[in-house]
Design a protein around this ligand. Structure first.
Ligand code: TXA
Ligand code: MG
Length: 325
């Protein structure tokens, strides 16, 4: 199999919507990262996602919907979840809620909850509207590798394993959605920090939003996405402050463009340090550095101070990418 690239024409979108209804896999752009989509109510189609990604069956999928009306038949909403959906959908906030029976067990890894979000990307929304089915979609990468933010990234990992890639250009947000457990409406809990920040959630809800700790050995498995080593390049990645020197064979990744002459083995994530730009460029730059046959990628971490903002999501991904077995 060799994946076909589809330009986002109306005819192609109709064709891909039909393919999805018939159980095919289609990689689609979202505002966060590309997703590998399948008919969420078709257990066999969803099984194919796990095979294509080599994803373990105990790591549940996110279900993508157009809006809350399409989500309500899939999950038991409570007031907190409804308020959040009204405020943050469409957008990069995934809500974990008790599932309804129609959702196949393969989607939730046999668990009692389902993760749902309404993506904001116009092409994802047009496809959802045409297909008229919810779409299960994890990030469109091989399990454990860096998430894809362009159609070419998807092809690099999955090109020989899936039939269709919808080319929507580069993703604008660049890090994955925030996964928020709202099964208890009075105690919302972030399972994965993401593009919607803890600070935004707390301000809006007027209550404390806890963060599930991902590090530390005796943390219960709240969400398999909390696996320590994840989002990782093949080249060993270390987090270290920029010292102004690069040993031979080492690539450097800075948060902002250095003054003066660009260096040969030095990459940067933004021009002036703007966090949304860092997030948008992060996975592409890590993939570029990983392709450079270095023995090590040395990444400058963000200051830890901004723990309630977008920096938390970026540092979370960097720490996972740096975690060794
Ligand atoms: O931005 C995103 O969320 C992207 C785009 C494609 O929407 N998707 C994404 O999917 O990042 P994935 O599968 O790579 O990550 C989904 C995360 C995983 O950490 C998974 O364990 C968690 O969500 N998850 C899914 N269902 C869950 C559930 N019922 N309870 C707890 N965590 C869940
Ligand atoms: Mg993923």
């Amino acid at each position: 199999m060799q994946a076909r690239f589809h330009a986002p024409t109306s005819a192609n979108l109709r064709r891909l919507a039909r393919a999805l209804r018939n159980g095919a896999l289609v990689a689609i752009p979202t505002e966060t990262v590309y997703g590998l989509a399948a008919h969420a109510l078709d257990a066999q189609a969803c099984r194919a996602i796990f095979r294509a990604k080599r994803r373990p069956a105990n790591d549940p999928l996110i279900v993508h919907v157009l809006d809350r009306a399409q989500a309500e038949p899939l999950a038991e909403f409570n007031d907190t979840a409804r308020r959040l959906a009204r405020r943050f959908w469409p957008g990069p906030l995934t809500l974990v809620l008790p599932k309804k029976p129609v959702v196949p067990g393969i989607v939730t890894s046999g668990g009692p909850t389902v993760a749902i979000r309404a993506p904001a990307h116009p092409l994802a929304r047009r496809l959802l509207r045409l297909a008229k089915i919810p779409l299960a979609a994890p990030s469109a990468n091989l399990f454990g590798y860096i998430s894809p933010t362009t159609a070419a990234h998807v092809r690099d990992g999955l090109g020989a394993r899936i039939p269709h890639i919808l080319d929507g250009g580069a993703c604008t947000v660049g890090v994955e959605s925030t996964v928020l457990d709202v099964t208890d409406p009075r105690r919302p809990r972030i399972l994965r920090p993401g593009a919607v920040t803890a600070r935004q959630l707390e301000l809006f809800l007027g209550m404390r939003v806890r963060q599930a700790r991902s590090r530390g050995s005796n943390t219960p498995k709240l969400s398999p996405g909390l696996l320590e080593r994840h989002y990782s390049p093949r080249t060993p990645l270390v987090l270290r402050r920029w010292s102004g020197q690069l040993p031979a064979g080492v690539a450097g990744v800075l948060q902002r463009r250095p003054a003066g002459h660009p260096w040969k083995h030095l990459f940067w994530l933004s021009r002036r340090g703007a966090l949304n730009e860092v997030a948008r460029n992060l996975y592409d730059v890590l993939r570029q550095a990983d392709a450079g046959r270095y023995r090590e990628i040395r990444v400058e971490p963000l200051p830890a101070a901004d723990s309630g903002g977008l920096a938390a999501a970026i540092n979370d991904r960097l720490q996972r990418a740096a975690a060794r077995h």
